[in-house]
Design a protein around this ligand. Structure first.
Ligand SMILES: Cc1ncc(C[n+]2csc(CCOP(=O)(O)OP(=O)(O)O)c2C)c(N)n1
Ligand SMILES: [Mg+2]
Length: 586
């Protein structure tokens, strides 16, 4: 902990022009007070704080100011994911604050997720003064740029401020960090905050008004010459495919895509996580590819246009990578060079909605039967999907079918990694349902915390569907005082990592049950009790039908519904589902 050293300024007096008014600032932490003022000026008011001593100055400044909404979550990994969920649903920066040492490292998973999912997270880590790093002091590690591979920018604020120039430097760094958190696209930014003592009992305000430096949010636009050039490729292409990965609900994009979908040479594939649902889009990519099977000729695009974040479907990635595609354009203001399908021919660095707005009105309708081939497959896969599910025995897929049928439309859906996010891709969704998933890094370590944070911030009914391992992994998500009573959690308990039973490989090792699936008999009930959450259980279809209305009914506390499914039958049914669909003829 802190120690009782008295800090000296003698070492710097010869180098700086010291203004006597500013000497007292060293203990007044003017840099930190600027941080609070600049956050306030931007309307950033949510902070998730994890207790510690080195971050006491931040706590004292922010949590004594009624402008800020300071939440306390002890476990830093969970706290950071909770904040990520808040930032995701608010689409505004949320700050996280922790003490020095391993506390900071526990932020890493959520920081990486925020980086790859482009979520604005302001990471504030308190630190010892630089001269005490690696000198045997407690709770001290190398924190400067510790997240450098997973943040848009890292800053370290000066630990001592003796002059106006140093204060100007401090304030400038804060403005830069806040701008970087949002522009040109959102993402995490790290501010390391070395604090000299005292950590307590310093004045909480100052007359200094920091200068805010803002940045204009501009739009990259394509010139008409460029539009004509790419229009030529579009007109020459007979089979155009648009594939959308993860993104927030976006009506502008949707409206343009609905227009494009009327063109018989265009097929639009959207994932559940793209939040783009419309009858003219193909929303269930995997089951469509199962119908198509090996004879892929009529379904291969000659022009592929992609945008959005991560694509969940492994099948579409494999299909597109092994197809000869003449032209692939990827549209993203920042990641326009991402060559996910190994055919990238043109990066287009603009926002997808801006691209569509400029491009679509110039297009003439194409011709051909590319879209009708896909639509025939889609209709067929829908029928086969229903047929299979009508007679499938109790298993994961039957549980998902039942949940999605009963899910009230006003719920926001969070899908944990592993099979929940993949099962969801087999079902057609109503357009109102918003869907989130931690697909930036696909970790199972913060799915519950993220959903809890999103539900708390937006105060809207939220359903998380999670596997059992993901649920137990992130059990500290339930151990805080900020759970909204509108949170609903369904745990599909198939006694382990069911995904390893489904994918090829683990079984061949002879170690499936112990080392991949991690088979267990743990129940979620004691966890629910420990955290005073309502608990329901269903072990067959009748019980599930009975419990779902109770589960979705309003309650004073969050509700967990644990659905127990047989592991072997569940993986067997999923395999049979795909074989049943694949055996069909369009
Ligand atoms: C942090 C992290 N550790 C390990 C993994 C690898 N992993 C992917 S899925 C999975 C099993 C998840 O099991 P469960 O939550 O029960 O879901 P199920 O497969 O049964 O649907 C594991 C361990 C991961 N994605 N993230
Ligand atoms: Mg499981």
């Amino acid at each position: 902990m802190g120690g009782n050293r008295t800090e000296s300024t003698d070492d710097v007096s010869g180098f700086f022009e010291i203004n006597p008014d500013l000497c007292s600032m060293e203990t007044d932490k003017p840099g930190l007070l600027s941080l609070a003022k600049l956050l306030k000026a931007r309307g950033i008011k949510h902070l998730v704080v994890s207790p510690g001593s080195r971050n006491a100055p931040v706590v004292s400044v922010f949590c004594n100011d009624p402008f800020f909404n300071c939440l306390v979550i002890v476990d830093e990994r969970s706290a950071a994911y909770f904040a990520l969920g808040m930032a995701l649903s608010l689409q505004k920066p949320v700050a996280i604050v922790c003490t020095s040492g391993s506390a900071a490292l526990n932020y890493a998973p959520a920081v990486a997720e925020a980086f790859y999912q482009k979520v604005p997270l302001l990471v504030l880590t308190a630190d010892r003064p630089v001269e005490w790093i690696d000198q045997g002091d407690g709770q001290t590690i190398r924190q400067k740029e510790v997240f450098k591979n997973y943040v848009k920018a890292s800053y370290e604020l000066p630990e001592r401020i003796h002059s106006r120039d140093e204060l100007w430097y401090n304030d400038r760094l804060i403005s830069e960090a806040l701008n970087a958190c949002l522009l040109p696209q959102p993402g995490p930014v790290h501010l390391n905050l070395p604090f000299i003592e005292p950590l307590y009992g310093f004045p909480l305000d100052s007359a200094h008004q920091p200068k805010a430096i803002n940045t204009l949010q501009t739009r990259n636009l394509i010139s008409s010459e460029q539009l004509s050039e790419i229009n030529t490729i579009w007109q020459q292409s007979k089979k155009k495919m648009i594939l959308v990965g993860q993104q927030h609900p976006d009506h502008t994009t949707k409206n343009w895509l609905v227009k494009l979908a009327k063109d018989p040479s265009v097929v639009i594939l959207t994932e559940t996580t793209s939040n783009l649902n419309h009858p003219s889009f193909i929303q269930t990519i995997d089951r469509n590819l199962a119908v198509i099977g090996k004879d892929t000729k009529n379904y291969e695009p000659d022009l592929l246009i992609s945008f959005g974040g991560r694509v969940v479907s492994k099948k579409i990635k494999a299909f597109l990578r092994q197809t000869e595609i003449k032209n692939h354009w990827h549209i993203d203001p920042v990641d326009f060079q991402m060559d996910t399908f190994q055919h990238l021919s043109l990066g287009i660095p603009v926002k997808p909605a801006d691209f569509l707005e400029a491009f679509v009105p110039r297009l003439q309708d194409g011709s051909g039967d590319f879209a009708s081939h896909w639509q025939a497959v889609n209709a067929c896969s829908k029928v086969l999907h229903q047929e299979f599910l009508n007679s499938a025995p109790w298993s994961d897929i039957v549980a998902f079918k039942t949940i999605f049928k009963e899910l009230p439309h006003h719920y926001t859906l969070h899908l944990a990694n592993s099979t929940p996010v993949r099962y969801a891709q087999l079902f057609d969704f109503e357009s109102e349902i918003k869907c989130f998933s931690n697909r930036g890094t696909s970790g199972i370590d913060g799915c519950t915390s993220t959903a809890a944070g999103a539900c708390f911030a937006k105060e809207e009914p939220t359903l998380l569907i999670t596997g059992d391992l993901a649920f137990y992994y992130d059990s500290n998500a339930l151990w805080n005082k900020h759970l909204s009573p509108m949170l609903r959690i369904i745990v599909i308990n198939n006694q382990g990592g069911g995904i390893f039973r489904f994918i090829d490989g683990p079984e061949k090792t002879g170690l499936l049950e112990n080392y991949f699936e991690a088979r267990h008999q743990t129940s979620a009930k004691p966890l629910a009790e420990m955290n005073q959450l309502n608990y329901l259980e269903a072990s067959n279809l009748d019980e599930l039908h009975e419990q779902l209305p109770v589960f979705f009914a309003p309650s004073k506390r969050p509700v967990i519904l644990e659905i127990k499914t047989p592991p072997e039958t569940s993986s067997e049914q999923l395999k049979q589902y795909f074989s049943y669909i694949a055996a069909s003829k369009v």
